[in-house]
Design a binder for this molecule. Sequence first.
Ligand SMILES: Nc1nc2c(c(=O)[nH]1)N[C@H]1C(S)=C(S)[C@@H](COP(=O)(O)OP(=O)(O)OC[C@H]3O[C@@H](n4cnc5c(=O)[nH]c(N)nc54)[C@H](O)[C@@H]3O)O[C@H]1N2
Ligand SMILES: Nc1nc2c(c(=O)[nH]1)N[C@H]1C(S)=C(S)[C@@H](COP(=O)(O)OP(=O)(O)OC[C@H]3O[C@@H](n4cnc5c(=O)[nH]c(N)nc54)[C@H](O)[C@@H]3O)O[C@H]1N2
Ligand code: SF4
Ligand SMILES: [Mo]
Length: 728
Amino acid sequence: MTATFASFCRICSAFCPIVVTVDDGRVMKVDGDAQAPEYEGYTCPKGRALPEVNHGPGRLLHSMKRQPDGSFQPIGSQAAVAHVAAKLRQIVQEHGPRAVALYIGTGTMPHPFGVIMGHALLQALGSPMFFTPSTIDKPAEKISASLHGHWIAGGQSFAESDTWMLIGANPIISKSNGLPYNNPGMRLKQAVEGGMKLIVVDPRRSDCARRAHVHLQARPGEDPTLLAGMIRIIIAEGLTDAAFVAENVAGLDALRAAVEAFTPEYVAERAGISQADLIEAARTFGRAKRGMAICATGPSFSLRGNLSFYLALCLNSICGRWAKAGERAVYPNVLLPAFTPKAQALPPTSFDGKETMRVMGLRETVAGMPTAALCDEILLEGPGQVKALICLGANPLSAFPDQRKAERALGSLDLLVSLDINMSATASQAHYVIAPPTQLEQPGLTYLAEAFKYTGEARGFQNYWAQYTKPVVGVPAGSDLMSEHEFFFRLAQELGLSLTWTNYFGLGKFIECPTEKYPLDMSKVPDLDDLFKLATTNSRVPLDEVKKHPRGKNFDIDVKVAPRDADCTARLDVGTASMMAELAQVRAEDFRTRHGNRAYPFSLISRRQNHVVNSTFTDLPGLQKTKRFNPLHIHPQDMAANRLRDGSVVRIRSKNDEILGIAESDDTLRPGVVAMTHGYGARGPAAEKDPSLAGSNVNLLFHMDDYDPITGMPRMSDIPVAVTAHAD
Ligand SMILES: Nc1nc2c(c(=O)[nH]1)N[C@H]1C(S)=C(S)[C@@H](COP(=O)(O)OP(=O)(O)OC[C@H]3O[C@@H](n4cnc5c(=O)[nH]c(N)nc54)[C@H](O)[C@@H]3O)O[C@H]1N2
Ligand SMILES: Nc1nc2c(c(=O)[nH]1)N[C@H]1C(S)=C(S)[C@@H](COP(=O)(O)OP(=O)(O)OC[C@H]3O[C@@H](n4cnc5c(=O)[nH]c(N)nc54)[C@H](O)[C@@H]3O)O[C@H]1N2
Ligand code: SF4
Ligand SMILES: [Mo]
């Protein structure tokens, strides 16, 4: 019998409302829910592919145990828990709790509560080794906010702004930093048609750049130069918000002095843009009444992420682009606790965390444990060495920079466990693979999209949207699956540990509401609905009220930003000494020699695609209909100069390694810049010889020796490469 159910897609943080057609327990079709007012029925190809995610041939229906010959045999999920527990007990006895690490990836988007349970298990074990991709993604968001200070009421709303600036962000596709999550393409289109002037900094005419009033198609990696140049013009032309600065900002003189040498002539030559465009961008931003500058992975990956993100915050602060008293709060919380945002600064704080790494001179920071150090922590022998790694919705073998090192590290572990719905590259190396139900087989809550606001500016919903969904189908007949949270809970039971559930409402020093801790009853496995209740114990809108609206609802919450406290003297700092010193280093660089690199004449940049999320779906036939590989995008001019045609096999060489790729002409690129999406590229002789089979792994080209000293993040964009026709 065919029936339809309202639900929402949880592949990425847009959480688009959907209507799922189910026939006899099978998901037949997924459409956008046209009745959900905030989304206009929007979905992307990934959401519409959920039927195949659920029932496709790659779907794991049983947990697996690796055999001595490397093959896999199904194992009962509870038996797998017992095996893993026994091994963990032995490892902890021999090496101590720090030998056990957990890495959670983007496959936890549908199941954030599994992450909280996994974290609780690590805490009960006494291990600090909790890693997330945030530290190989945009750790600069949190570092820069620590250096600059945080505006408690948050940024200005997109909907009411007359300018907006995206720096290495393409949220129409990524639904990440920069635009509201609900149908971002439509939000941007409506805003631009309503008169908003968009500024985009991207070496590529990205989906967002197509709507730009000014597109600064700069050389990759020149974001600090460009931002310093814009700040210089804004200060020189008196376009700052003097009243806001006088009350809330410190360090303007230091900033003015530091940007002085970034003249329009210098910036234009160095970034490879026109002076007129730079000046137009600065004037557009400075003269506007409202609107923010937002950085994302582009500048984060080009090695000076902390500085770029910091300068973007400075730009926002000198122009007074933070929510003011009396305005409607942009993020008032629905499923998170009630909170009255204040129009005042939380001053800069230290970004240092507690834990010291044994490698790379790194330590924990406000952004978390440095994931870039994890492979070395596994490989370096001695006390504290990581011996067991649990990967939750994560595929480090495909996603980590320097794939050969990742391969060596994962291969040397005493215990590797992967919780994944597919046999990912990482799962294929694991000792145990735990198969969980899919998102459509589990209940869901939009909680995470709200909590994203704690991680950076212009993140998360910019409305008052919340939705709860029941599972829309049962698990397949004959399957033996275990939910992510259940796996960690049962592990704790086997190990005789008691777990405490923790709700955090903030990050670093900015804690919006007090942390809540709830000891769990270890005699009974909680289901997800129990955990939803725990997480929303003090939510502004009661969970039961949210549940009354199965198609989701924009809760009409009118919370106004409160004025600053009468005795508040806190200021945002736009002149932090370490950042000003780094800017001076940038200015002292010999950029002409770097740009004229003859051995590696191209700059290879990162980019994302609509039909995959990192490595997820790179092997889903329905989403890889036209090609099963990730082309190397090259400007037609560069194609011609190198005698390449569409489909030519090319050799891409960096100082670290060499891969084969398939050339594809792309006139949206700046000449001299090539782009490749990550997450593709099976290993093995056949796949490595023929990139058309499964694509190319761009992470082989990265090297860990070139890394940010605070976050450990290696250079992941603006990689110098040579591209030549493959001899074969
Ligand atoms: N070259 C290069 N490298 C990069 C990046 C880049 O831009 N360029 N980006 C970096 C960034 S920003 C990030 S965040 C990391 C991502 O790094 P990871 O998160 O480690 O990698 P993903 O490929 O996203 O892995 C997600 C896994 O989750 C699984 N999964 C999907 N749905 C579910 C589910 O419902 N349940 C469970 N349990 N598993 C599920 C998928 O099958 C997949 O194996 O990669 C980083 N690496
Ligand atoms: N469809 C889809 N959505 C996703 C993902 C996905 O893989 N696919 N991944 C998810 C994840 S894990 C993340 S972290 C977010 C990331 O979300 P975004 O940060 O928005 O990532 P991209 O879409 O790659 O946009 C980054 C842009 O930076 C540009 N760029 C590259 N190098 C530079 C540089 O040096 N300077 C500047 N100014 N620009 C540069 C690229 O051309 C690209 O257009 O997306 C999330 N959403
Ligand atoms: S944008 Fe696509 S993947 Fe993300 S939630 Fe919406 S339908 Fe799902
Ligand atoms: Mo990411």
